[in-house]
Design a protein around this ligand. Structure first.
Ligand code: CDV
Length: 314
């Protein structure tokens, strides 16, 4: 059997400033899609909230002001060139953006677009970090809980371009359940976009550990679930806030096989072997043989005596 391979691109985006127009950003994305495809990419991952600056750092009294950052349709006149380029180059993509639905719901969303330029999957972010109150004393805020509703589509896996792709967005990558949900549905590849400021209001993590915990999350998710993970981030200074970058690809062995080295725009392309997950799924992570889900909702007292204690919310 011939190996299942994929030319996988990850596009890191240096800061998008408040004054950058959608049209300018899309032109930048199209140029990077062309570069990735010229280097053999068949599918490309773009960041979370790719089309604008990371607006949840601002407090808007009036939701109408925040709505300028949301997309009411996809593709729109402004984003259509990206879809046309995908069809022309026969190269699919993942894109994160802020979604405003016709009935007025706000989500932090990502889509899968296949090599014909058609949307084949949608995900709405479930783990929304930050706060919803105005902390005007902070140098910048993290108001995802104010501007977005918790996603209502669950963690889906989509058949696209001959493989099974699961999606996540930024903070989701730190939660082991996300990868496991997608692995249990047979995902070959988990793709995600991120916006991670070096300094996050209220987070105790030291700045120097930010890159470590980011890469650790990708690598652990990949290894413990025997799948590939590709993550594309914003990087560099966006409206005065430094974003960590470190866009990367992790293999089912838990190794980081490609990683951005700059804090600006950067295109990574790896030719990945999707069947690299097989030896892991047939041995250490043979879920059917070795997983014990019947024990995952209970803990037993260490002594082994007494009744098992239910774990709230698990
Ligand atoms: N956009 C995000 O979800 N960012 C979060 C933190 C930095 C608030 C993250 O986990 O990277």
């Amino acid at each position: 059997m011939s190996p299942r391979t994929l030319g996988l691109g990850v596009v890191q985006i240096g800061g998008i400033q408040p004054e950058d127009s959608r049209t300018d950003v899309v032109a930048r994305l199209v140029a990077h899609l062309r570069t990735a495809c010229a280097r053999g990419a068949e599918f490309v991952v773009f960041p979370e909230l790719t089309l604008t600056t990371f607006f949840p750092r601002y407090w808007f009294e009036d939701q109408g002001e925040a709505d300028q950052y949301f997309e009411r349709e996809m593709p729109s006149d402004e984003t259509a060139p990206l879809f046309a380029a995908a069809a022309e180059l026969k190269c699919g993509f993942y894109l994160g953006y802020a979604e405003l639905t016709p009935d007025g719901h706000h989500y932090n969303t990502s889509i899968l677009v296949d090599s014909t330029g058609s949307i084949t999957g949608k995900y709405r972010k479930i783990h929304l970090p930050g706060h919803d109150d105005n902390r005007a004393e902070l140098p910048h805020q993290h108001l995802e809980k104010k501007y977005f509703e918790v996603g209502d589509l669950g963690f889906g896996v989509f058949e696209s371009q001959g493989l099974k792709i699961g999606m996540a967005l930024c903070n989701d990558r730190r939660w082991p359940e996300v990868y496991r949900m997608l692995a249990l549905q047979g995902a070959d590849l988990v793709v995600l976009g991120f916006n991670t400021p070096m300094v996050v209001p209220g987070w105790q993590e030291e700045p120097h550990t930010k890159m470590h915990s980011h890469l650790l999350s990708l690598a652990a998710g990949a290894y413990q679930n025997a799948l590939w993970v590709a993550a594309a981030g914003k990087s560099g200074t966006e409206d005065g806030v430094y974003m960590i970058g470190g866009s990367a690809i992790a293999s089912p062995s838990g190794e980081i096989v490609a990683k951005a080295i700059s804090d600006g725009d950067e295109v990574l392309v790896s030719h990945i072997d999707l069947d690299l997950s097989t030896p892991f799924r047939e041995s250490v992570f043979d879920f059917a043989a070795h997983r014990r889900p019947e024990f995952y909702s209970l803990i037993t007292e260490r002594t082994g005596r007494g009744e098992p204690l239910p774990v709230p919310g698990f």
